[in-house]
Design a protein around this ligand. Structure first.
Ligand SMILES: Nc1ncnc2c1ncn2[C@@H]1O[C@H](COP(=O)(O)OP(=O)(O)O)[C@@H](O)[C@H]1O
Ligand SMILES: [Mg+2]
Length: 285
């Protein structure tokens, strides 16, 4: 469990990126932080692994105050995936994936064997292992980024708009892939996006943010859709009304999430795991 307790971040130039943020992030499920640009999402994410240190409050992981943990060790046991994959351009795919475990002391042959398995996990053909990042499509690069995030076998995976820069079809595919990986691996995922549809599709818990990391509402997709806390949430949830707008439909006894075209985007369940995504919108396998 990750707990934010009254966390604030004021940068040296005086800007208050996060103001008194409190949230519990349960283990082995996906929490999505969603808000428009500048709302403090990246700052919140980076405070978990101490890429940024808070100026107020505290963050604990399973009860341990992260401020007391060594930042380098902390970062090596937490996976981090960013928007532009963050791959090292002059290293091959396999070297990119195996890099951190090798820095951590894992034997090169073992790290490479594990990296190949991770390519399977993220749906990449092993024949791509010797390529350089520039020789991959954007979607493939993001998959390598996810494989790299998983390479240290972290309990926690932080993902900062990882699918933001790929085209919509590939994005659908990567979202479905992440749902599948999460069903298999049950990591504690903290996922950041500005896309409310993506948040509802992937999140067991969705946290809607205003500027300053202010929590407008936190809950399951079903709770938020059924009971938006205020006008801000209602308009944010409905912001993309039209083709992709999501709503809940009670059909055949299931509570299903339906998009604006009438396609089922997911099934809402009450158990852990929250919402099981369906293949709607994904490309054929
Ligand atoms: N290193 C920094 N120095 C000063 N201000 C920053 C820095 N990083 C972020 N900010 C400011 O903090 C606010 C939140 O930024 P960020 O966490 O990147 O938001 P988001 O990821 O939601 O777009 C913004 O106003 C941004 O300009
Ligand atoms: Mg950001």
């Amino acid at each position: 469990m990750i707990a934010f307790e009254g966390v604030s971040k004021r940068f040296p130039d005086g800007s208050l990126a996060v103001d008194d943020f409190t949230l519990t992030i349960p283990s082995r499920s996906t929490t999505v932080l969603v808000g428009s640009s500048g709302s403090g999402k990246t700052t919140l994410l980076r405070m978990i692994n101490r890429m940024v240190d808070p100026t107020g409050g505290r963050i604990t992981i399973d009860g341990d105050d992260v401020a007391k943990l060594d930042p380098v060790k902390l970062r090596r046991r937490i996976g981090y995936v960013m928007q532009n994959s963050g791959l090292l351009p002059h290293r091959t795919v396999i070297d990119n994936v195996a890099n951190v475990p090798i820095l951590d002391g894992v034997k090169k042959s073992e790290a490479h064997a594990h990296a190949l398995e991770l390519l399977d996990t993220v749906g990449l053909d092993r024949s791509l292992a010797k390529r350089y990042p520039a020789q991959l499509s954007g979607g493939q690069q993001q998959r390598v980024g996810v494989a790299r995030g998983l390479a240290v076998d972290p309990n926690i995976l932080l993902m900062d708009e990882p699918f933001g820069a790929v085209d919509p079809l590939v994005r659908d595919e990567l979202q479905q892939e992440l749902l599948r990986i999460q069903r298999e691996l049950s990591k504690t995922i903290v996922f950041v996006t500005h896309d409310i549809d993506e948040a509802f599709l992937l999140g067991d818990q969705v946290v809607i943010l205003r500027t300053g990391g202010i929590v407008a509402q936190a809950g399951t997709p079903a709770e938020i859709l059924a009971n938006p806390a205020d006008e801000f949430v209602a308009s944010f949830v409905g912001a993309e009304r039209g083709r992709r707008a999501l709503h809940i439909d009670a059909e055949h006894g299931d509570r299903v999430l339906v998009d604006g075209t009438g396609r089922v985007a997911g099934v809402l369940t009450d158990g852990p795991g929250g919402m099981a995504g369906t293949a709607a919108g994904s490309a054929p396998e």
